[in-house]
Ligand binder design. Structure first.
Ligand code: F6P
Length: 323
């Protein structure tokens, strides 16, 4: 019989994490459970910093970006000793199950805890959208919209000066944000970690566009691509005359993570939070709660571990037709 659960947010924060916390707490309350919020991710488990969270404590947080619980990347949790300490602290508080809201690294940590015998359920949350087990993760939609707004603005100034802008977006080793913001922003080119870029070819295409009188060019570069913003800028600097356009570069960085969550992320987070509580109620542990089509699903960690999410080749092809 479940009586007490704990919830934490881990890794890079993602807009919508607060809506997920709120949902876990309130769905837990509806089951008659007591919920504890753990401070600063796995570090809080090791330090034993957790407080009871009720319906009122999670009021007024859904529209806020970041995470009210705090987050961290915790090296100590990667050690057996760190995880043993975490389990001891959870047991001391009488916690029956833990909800981990986070991305790839955080879910790997959650799995390690589960494999040591502690009941864990994960919620897919990262702006990178690199988690197998969920079509889309909490934070992606808001981050994409922030990137898109930046691209739209850069296009305006690029047109005034007949410039090409390289816009670097986040995503770690996954090109999802670059691909989708490039598609939505009408980018002339996109560089991705998943696809090889021929910079010579790219330079030729840009030059052709310049010759044809195009007023601007937007190149969205994924931070994890071989040709990220700095490599591309370096390459173009050496080929400047042939390019036509003059080049400027903008790296969006953490700006993409800091926004207030949009409707899509709040709804997704609320649904995934509910899905996590339902999984705990069924005593289905060692799973990630994610979205498949329009359904909330659970996927066992063992089916996710070590797998890499791929980009849809049809979307890549489409961006090449539309550029
Ligand atoms: O995983 C989310 C993410 O924002 C990545 O896109 C990025 O590479 C990384 O986190 C940045 O990490 P940090 O916030 O630790 O600098």
């Amino acid at each position: 019989m479940i009586q007490r659960i704990a919830v934490l947010t881990s890794g890079g924060d993602a807009p919508g994490m607060n809506a997920a916390i709120r949902s876990v707490v309130r769905c837990g309350v509806a089951k008659g459970w007591k919920t504890f919020g753990v401070r600063n991710g796995f570090q809080g488990l090791i330090n034993g910093t957790m407080e009871p969270l009720g319906t009122r404590e999670v009021g007024g947080i859904m529209h806020r970006g970041g995470t009210v619980l705090g987050s961290a990347r915790c090296d100590e949790f990667k050690t057996i000793e760190g995880r043993e300490l975490a389990i001891r602290n959870l047991n001391q508080r009488g916690i029956d199950a833990l909800v981990v809201i986070g991305g790839n690294g955080s879910q790997a940590g959650a799995n390690a805890l589960y494999e040591m015998g502690f009941p864990v359920v994960g919620i897919a949350s990262t702006i990178d959208n690199d988690l197998v087990g969920s079509d889309i993760t909490i934070g992606v939609d808001t981050a994409l919209n922030i990137a898109l707004e930046a691209i739209d603005r850069l296009k305006v100034t690029a047109s005034s000066h007949q410039r090409a802008f390289i816009v670097e977006v986040m995503g770690r080793n996954c090109g999802y944000i670059a691909l989708m913001s490039g598609l939505a922003g009408g980018a002339e080119a996109i560089t991705l970690p998943e696809v090889e870029t021929d910079p010579e070819q790219l330079a030729k295409e840009l030059h052709k566009a310049y010759e044809q009188g195009k007023a601007h060019a937007i190149i969205v570069a994924a931070e994890g691509a071989e040709y990220n913003a700095s490599r591309l800028t370096e390459y173009f600097a050496e080929n400047r005359e042939r390019l036509g356009f003059s080049i400027r570069s903008t790296t969006l960085g953490h700006v993409q993570r800091g926004g207030a969550p949009g409707a899509y992320d709040r709804i997704l987070a609320s649904r995934l939070g509910h899905g996590a509580v339902e999984a705990i109620d069924r005593e289905e542990f060692g799973v990630l709660v994610g979205l498949n089509g329009n359904n909330i699903i659970t996927t066992p960690y063992k089916m996710i571990a070590g797998k890499v999410k791929t980009l849809d080749p049809k979307v890549i092809e489409l961006t090449q037709i539309l550029d």
